[in-house]
Design a protein around this ligand. Structure first.
Ligand code: RIB
Length: 339
């Protein structure tokens, strides 16, 4: 992993090839059950596979950013149980700095029950220690310094909103790029919306955030405009197989970025996390939003070809290969330069 971080980066057009990324968010142990179909209400089915895998939207984004070559520090909380220890171990093995992840006494770590069936998933999250992270924790001097020195900060909503607001405010005031992945959907305080440089909802989260339908292209674009107006920032809506809709600012023209093709879909868990992390890394490297979204679409396409949220995160070399195969102008010229 270390070589990836310091090697000259052919993809980068300008700026820092190994940006400093801080992730403020959740760590969950994913209890993944595989079956041909998901059980209905009141029904018991026999599954075909079971896996205990480190996950959580925050930790997934941290692993994704680290594999893409960023220096990553994580701010969050785990319990004093074996899940907590395993999750921290997994992050450390990926080179993520975890000294700012709190270990809460007498508290269980966060966990997620994930049903994988028919190429899709259903997820129920128990927050556990993630739910104890407060604004006062973010205000610890070491955390404030980390946030102020970051090139980009990634935040999601599996932690209490006041912690998310505080982290976003500190980071934005210091000039960092704040990528807010509003998942799971929640009513967002104005301070959080206004601190986000880029929001990355999926279609359903966008609909919930603006309380409007996103069921067709026109409504989707209107909803994105509404969210951009409320935030003052950019909105990149992830659309699964349909790619992503990129809106740089309210009143701008929304650009459709197609999904990349990387192989058969095995597990979509963590694809959105991968997209947000890759977007943050590419933006922190100085790339423009549409190009960063194309890079993120390549990363997410690779993530779904493997089982597990963190296990499926691609490396920078994987993403660069797929990105270049799409023959986008900047990727081609960067490859040609031999940099
Ligand atoms: O985004 C995927 C993640 O959502 C899973 O890893 C699970 O822990 C839930 O947080």
């Amino acid at each position: 992993m270390e070589e990836d971080r310091v090697a000259p980066d052919a993809y980068v057009e300008k700026g820092n090839s190994s940006p400093k990324i801080v992730v403020v968010g959740s760590l969950n142990m994913d209890i993944v059950m595989e079956s041909d179909q998901a059980p209905e209400q009141g029904e018991t089915l026999l599954g075909s596979g079971m896996h205990l895998l480190p996950g959580g939207k925050g930790a997934n984004q941290a692993v994704a950013a680290a594999r893409l070559g960023a220096y990553v520090s994580m701010i969050g909380a785990v319990g004093d149980d074996s899940f907590g220890a395993e999750m921290l171990d997994a992050l450390e093995q990926e080179g993520v700095e975890v000294s700012r992840v709190l270990r809460r006494a007498k508290t269980p770590s966060g966990a997620a029950s994930i049903w994988l069936a028919g190429g899709d998933n259903r997820i129920l999250v128990y927050p556990g220690a993630n739910g104890t992270l407060g604004a006062e924790d973010i205000d610890a001097p070491e955390n404030v310094r980390l946030l102020q020195e970051a090139d980009a900060v990634l935040i999601q909503l599996e932690i209490p909103l006041d912690a998310a607001v505080r982290a976003a405010t500190i980071a934005r005031e210091a000039g960092a790029i704040v990528v807010l992945n509003p998942a799971p959907a929640a009513a967002l305080p104005e301070a959080l919306l206004r601190s986000a440089s880029v929001l990355t909802p999926n279609r359903g989260e966008l609909a919930a955030l603006v309380e409007a339908s996103t069921s067709d292209e026109t409504r989707l674009k209107e909803a994105a405009q509404k969210l951009a107006a409320a935030s003052g920032g950019a909105v990149v809506t992830t659309l699964g197989e349909a790619g992503a809709l990129v809106l740089e600012r309210q009143g701008g023209t929304a650009e459709q970025v197609p999904a990349a093709q990387a192989g058969p879909v095995v597990d979509t868990t963590g694809a959105g996390d991968c997209f947000s992390a890759a977007l943050a890394v590419a933006l922190a490297r100085g790339n423009a939003l549409p190009e960063a979204a194309r890079y993120a679409a390549c990363a997410a396409a690779l993530a779904v070809t493997r089982l597990g949220a963190q296990g499926g995160m691609p490396t920078e070399a994987d993403v660069r290969r797929l990105y270049s195969a799409g023959s986008t102008p900047s990727a081609d010229s960067a490859e040609d330069s031999g940099a």
